[in-house]
Design a protein around this ligand. Structure first.
Ligand code: SAH
Length: 231
């Protein structure tokens, strides 16, 4: 069964975008995953096809309407659809490799991309949306966040990455940042490749990589080594 993504957006032209190229693009063509970009505006009911309105209580910006979004979600994800419903949102739980793995093991995802100030809270509550953040910064819309999430998921789908081993050794997969990499030439601007890597001693190489990974993680991301690391 292939991974089915339905993305609800005011800018369906942004999809598949970069996911139409390279590994993800080939997998899309091969049917390893599918992508449906749904125009939210098609579910507006008034003659101006409005999808947003001014915030209750006043203030700047516009809010996406619960009634329009509910129609779009119910069309994309009718009752019985087992896929999780995600809302890309800076208020969400930060996306982790562990959650990416869970999503990749499932049937797909229905992804709502916000715009303006965000979406009416009643829609989030009524449709049980899981808010997902891609980091502590504000994007102008959920689309780039959805592309980030889908990229991370699609590369884990069976057959997408040529060399599956490289996935298991990557940053975050074992709670550590990855060790540094080197390749030819042997010497670059006076900097040689570390001796151990050309020693041919595989046990030593594995030990060196592990030590480098631990050092980097301690320096840059001590939170990953904490007793209760982010999941
Ligand atoms: N007023 C909101 C930000 C709205 S940004 C707030 O302060 O929380 C507009 C839309 O961009 C959001 O609805 C969301 O869908 C998307 N977005 C912005 N930053 C994001 C992030 N870090 N992760 C995921 N989605 C994000």
């Amino acid at each position: 069964m292939s991974f089915a993504a339905s993305v609800l957006t005011l800018y369906p032209e942004m999809f598949p975008g970069p996911l139409g190229l390279s590994l993800a693009g080939r997998a899309l063509e091969a049917g390893t995953w599918s992508l449906e970009a749904i125009q939210i505006r098609d579910f507006a009911t008034d003659r101006h096809r409005n999808v947003d309105d001014t915030p209750a209580g006043g203030g700047a910006g516009m809010v996406m309407r619960a009634d329009v979004l509910a129609k779009a979600i119910d069309h994309a994800s009718p009752p019985g659809d087992a896929r999780p419903r995600l809302l890309m949102s800076p208020r969400g739980k930060p996306l982790t490799q562990a959650r990416v793995r869970e999503l990749a093991a499932g049937p797909g995802a229905v992804i709502l991309c916000g715009r303006f100030e965000g979406v009416d809270q009643r829609l989030i509550d009524a449709r049980g949306l899981e808010e997902v953040s891609v980091g502590d910064f504000i994007l102008s819309g959920g689309e780039p966040a959805a592309l980030v999430l889908l990229d991370a998921v699609v590369r884990l789908l069976p057959g997408v990455m040529g060399n599956a081993v490289s996935g298991e050794e990557e940053s975050f997969e074992n709670g550590l940042l990855e060790h540094p990499h080197y390749t030819r030439p042997q010497e670059f601007e006076g900097r040689p490749i570390p001796d151990v890597l050309i020693s041919g001693n595989h046990r030593k190489i594995a030990e060196w990589r592990r030590a480098e990974a631990e050092k980097l993680t301690r320096e840059r991301r001590p939170d990953l080594l904490a007793d209760d690391p982010p999941r």
